[in-house]
Design a binder for this molecule. Sequence first.
Ligand code: C2E
Ligand code: MG
Ligand code: MG
Ligand code: MG
Length: 293
Amino acid sequence: AAKEQGRSRCVRYTADMDLRAIEYAQLGAELRRAVGSGELFLMYQPVVTLPAGEVSAVEALVRWRHPERGLVPPAEFVPVAERNGTIVQLGAWVLREACRQMAAWQRTYGDAAPSRVGVNVSARQLREPGFAQTVADVLRETGLRPEDLLVEITETAVFDGGPALEAVHALRDLGVSVALDDFGTGHSSLGLLRTCPVDVLKVDKSFVDGVTGTIEQAAIATSLAHIAQALRLRAVAEGVETAAQARRLYQLGYRLAQGFHFARPLSPEDVGSRLSARVERGQESDSWDPPAL
Ligand code: C2E
Ligand code: MG
Ligand code: MG
Ligand code: MG
């Protein structure tokens, strides 16, 4: 009976696998169509200064409004796009659109515009020959200054060196800023800081979650603040959800933060109306966000 059960479980597992594979392939094919069809769009989440809560930068986050499936989150379709290679076209679209939008905000709102736009770039894109050239082309076409673009990569993308690491050097040569995203969750986080030249560490939400807990729970976020300081890197605390976390992060030395406590990802229209309000007020008081501390 046990054998029987084992076998049926095995069969069911295989059927699930097939279903998932079909679903995967279908989603992949639909993605290929979605790029350039107007179904993809970007939301922008503010990165704010501590303790003032002023907007320092925005991060572009891709969304897919699927005609039947509705809003599909990137956690579901980015891995599919990475598998079937669509990420190269999708990522190029995200990069161009984010740079175009940022340059437009800078023209319209001047000093009140965020100073940087963060764009997530996956390992597959980074390894693609000519990626740095694509970035250079996009900057030239959109008129965005290289230093106003922050390319966000993961440790996993660059830990084994190779073309991805070369691409990071090429980006730096262009004057583009680079961040290690979800820092601390990948491979060889600390060793990487010696070989991969970056400007920003985005400290993963999983470490931020613990900052108001015990010393042990806060230990990694605390250490990463020290490491960033020692290496003269900027540290951004990701996924800040409460005022208490913001206060504690400030005490630990964090000067930049991102999270639902300050702002959720916003439509470009919402960013625009907040920027107009900021221009009208002048820049002394910034009520874009709730006071941080
Ligand atoms: P990420 O780059 O680490 O982006 C931050 C994610 O955390 C976003 O999720 C954001 O909405 C979410 N977040 C921000 N603050 C909070 C908070 O306080 N609490 C919680 N629970 N979540 C918060 P999103 O937009 O669903 O994106 C998920 C991931 O998908 C991103 O993580 C990034 O790795 C990837 N992604 C998004 N857009 C792109 C893209 O254009 N290209 C690539 N390659 N990947 C992308
Ligand atoms: Mg990111
Ligand atoms: Mg992140
Ligand atoms: Mg993250």
